[in-house]
Design a protein around this ligand. Structure first.
Ligand code: 5GP
Length: 192
């Protein structure tokens, strides 16, 4: 898919539990010109999640068909057996609305997008203060089974090693400070 020079995009990435979804939500409130890019995913919806708002929840078969049809900008099997991907149609929908898509995606997905869209894209890596703190946050979320929690913590430790590949790294030690930093970076990007 061709991204013209007017078509900006923002990618927020982090290990799971680093707080990127909360920071992303904050950015969406501050900047009306941003629009959340809803990904396709094959995991089950959590009790508070809505179809088409949090994710397009689809079956593994549907997801694999979309891979074959080249409908994704990027996709990853983020966790064992669970696919997540950014749809080309989603970015087009947002650009057609003259808004800037905000992708909340995992680190490998972000690296992939960075290669494909090196111009006009802003990449922000959110870093948790420590793996211990991240484990505590995931536990308090209470949405993960013991196995899923362990998988997320292991993956997070690995993903942290990619922070240096991103221009903008924000440490989420204090939520308000991290949000202010994200707002400052996004403002600069939008006005550029
Ligand atoms: P969760 O299951 O907690 O909603 O998301 C798990 C991870 O998948 C998070 O790091 C989230 O950012 C990432 N993710 C969500 N959508 C996408 C996507 O479209 N592509 C990739 N690569 N990762 C995604």
């Amino acid at each position: 898919m061709v991204q013209t020079k007017y078509q900006k995009m923002i990618v927020i990435t982090a290990p799971s539990g680093a707080g990127k979804t909360s920071i992303t939500r904050h950015l969406m409130k501050v900047f009306p010109q941003l629009s959340f890019s809803v990904s396709a995913a094959t995991r089950k919806p959590r009790s508070n999640e809505k179809k088409g708002i949090d994710y397009y929840f689809i079956s593994v078969e549907e997801f694999q068909q979309k891979i074959l049809n080249e409908e994704f900008v990027e996709w990853e099997m983020v966790y064992e057996g669970k696919y997540y991907g950014t749809l080309k149609s989603e970015l087009k929908r947002i650009w057609n609305n003259e808004q800037i898509p905000v992708l909340d995606i995992d680190v490998q997905g972000a690296i992939h997008v960075q290669k494909e869209y090196p111009v006009n894209s802003l990449f922000i890596f959110i870093k948790p203060p420590s793996i211990q703190e991240l484990t505590k946050r995931l536990e308090s979320r209470g949405s993960e089974s013991k196995d899923s929690l362990e998988a997320r913590v292991n993956k997070a430790a690995y993903e942290l090693s990619f922070a240096h590949q991103f221009n903008n790294v924000i440490e989420n030690k204090d939520f308000e400070t991290a949000c202010n930093e994200a707002v400052r970076i996004v403002k600069g990007f939008i006005n550029n």
